[in-house]
Design a protein around this ligand. Structure first.
Ligand SMILES: [Zn+2]
Length: 182
């Protein structure tokens, strides 16, 4: 009997919590070591919830299998329903779903964008065209902006009344979209 294809990228115990993901500070060398092969990269992404760890066929309500697929744009694997045999990219519903670039290129670009490299240097490091770099830089900015809108943070700590020492209502600060642009 042929071995059964897995229904998960990685064991769910390996999935990082949002807190662990936010607290992680990877050096570029660590990122490279964790993403040496396409398979490593997919596991890296699944652990950090950048790719789904499993997939369910909406028609058959059964878990799809992770099958090897060497066709272009398949990332080496694809989800396939064991009943209706429909296929789904592992990028479905992820940040990467609309891109044809390799996952490693995208991770490299995002890493250096977060490190504040100039856009053209992010492009060079990730072997990405200037045009793709423009799109991905805009995408990164939008993700950050969305995060700030959904997670308003206190800038400069709480306001304290100097006379009484009591906390005051925080000021609301409007963030101009252009200020987020690099
Ligand atoms: Zn199905």
């Amino acid at each position: 009997m042929p071995p059964t294809a897995p229904v998960r990228v990685t064991d769910p115990v390996n999935l990082m919590t949002p807190g662990q993901i936010c607290a992680e500070r990877l050096t570029h060398r660590q990122l490279v070591q964790l993403t040496l092969t396409t398979e490593d990269t997919i596991i890296f992404c699944a652990k950090r919830r950048l790719l789904a760890n499993s997939s369910t066929c909406p028609a058959c309500h059964v878990p799809r299998l992770l099958i090897r697929d060497t066709s272009v744009k398949a990332d080496g694997v694809r989800w396939r329903c064991p009943r209706c045999r429909s296929l789904k990219t592992i990028r479905d519903g992820s940040l990467f779903s609309n891109s044809c670039l390799e996952l490693n290129q995208l991770l490299t670009f995002i890493y250096f964008w977060c490190e504040d490299l100039l856009q053209r240097d992010c492009a060079r490091q990730s072997n990405m065209s200037e045009r793709s770099a423009v799109e991905w830089a805009e995408f990164c900015r939008n993700v950050c902006q969305q995060h700030l809108v959904e997670n308003p943070m206190l800038v400069g700590g709480p306001r304290v009344d100097p006379a009484t020492g009591n906390f005051l209502e925080p000021h609301t600060v409007e963030i101009d979209e252009s200020l987020l642009a690099k």
